[in-house]
Design a protein around this ligand. Sequence first.
Ligand code: SAM
Length: 449
Amino acid sequence: MTQATDEKPAARPHRGELLEVEIDSLAFGGRGVARAGGYVVFVAGGLPGDRVRAEVTKSKRRFAEARAVELLRPAADRVAERCVHGGEPCPGAPWQGLPYELQLSHKRDQVDEALRRIGGLDGFELEEIAPAVEEWRYRNKLEYSFGRSDGETILGFHERGRWDRIVAVEDCLLASERGNAARNEVLAWARRESVPAYERRERTGVLRNLTVREGRRTGQLQTRLVTAPARFPKPPVDLHTVIEGDSGGTSGPTGALGRERLAEELGDLRFEMSHDAFFQTNTEMAEQLYAVAGEYAGLSGGERVFDLYCGIGTIGLTLASRAGEVWGLEIVPEAIADAEQNAERNGIGNAHFRTASARTGVRPLLEEAGRPDVVVLDPPRAGLSQKIVRRVLECEAKRIVYVSCNPTTLAPNAAQLVEAGYRLRRVKPVDMFPQTPHIECVALLERDA
Ligand SMILES: C[S@@+](CC[C@H](N)C(=O)[O-])C[C@H]1O[C@@H](n2cnc3c(N)ncnc32)[C@H](O)[C@@H]1O
């Protein structure tokens, strides 16, 4: 490894090189931005105002990527990191060194910047960001990985950017005390019964992942263990998934040993979900997110609403009492089965759900249901393809409510909608993920009558 500093312009940094840099700002995705010898360096673990020693992990022609290995001078406004595992800051809470107020203002600024710079959009009202109800212990779902350290099985998070290194966790401050206790119980079982962690490099061993999910309002807990095919004593979990081969995923054939479905409440509705179905990871803030979506939908009782990317039906069912009818579309069949049961469970008779991809499902839905007055969109981080935006345009809805977990994909989607005649009216960020750079927001687009 060689040493370089930002004082003298250097040659293009190479992988493994150590740089001493000052972090100027934060990039989308949360890394610090620094300059070294004319290069932009994205530094994982660096916050604005920090001076850090950073190891280059990737070097491209115009920029480099690095990770902070030593904090040489902390930013004046840094706060003490609280979620620390064996001396290492929690990989799940990379912004915990930033005061919460600053986290909020960075997120609001990044939404604004994405819409203006990436989407070329203006003239919209950017509302204040809704702060989280809980700054810590707010996650209702966490996924852990098994590993090995000093000959012992450990359970925790992947080190940032490292698939082969696990940070052992004892008390994660993003999870509830009950969630932590459930994880520790499974680890204790693994050690007691000498069931080894799966080693991806050698393709040996057994234990891969543990997911702990919690119904914050119902008090229910659900644990799912993911393993390689093997025989071992009965584990203290609710579900057991077996994965053959070397995929890094966690989906596979799953057997029930305990609680098969988890229940949670949002507002006055009760939802049940199968383990494969998506559910917002911050229960308290999901209520606020859906309240904003409801306000933007502007329903007066008779409207037809399309809820595209509906998951287990949470948004559509929340809106159903204020709408004429709701039609949900979702690609995961188990989630649609959950949505139908959730409608029934809550006595909602004007909601209908269809399993289909948004790409191929919108036209048949238009034929079956007729044109919607309002379309709600809540896609995964990748946002909508241009083709799916065109399908949404064919709906000719008066209003589009776009719930986004990634402003950098919301921006081009919104720009395409604006290009086709919609106006971006209002945008409200909602902080679902304190201590992390993840940003959620709701956007309202309207078509002139
Ligand atoms: C961010 S989640 C939102 C779910 C739901 N609206 C909620 O708030 O819980 C996105 C959902 O889109 C679904 N999905 C992903 N790709 C899809 C596609 N091409 N067509 C339809 N649904 C899709 C996922 O399975 C997931 O349930």
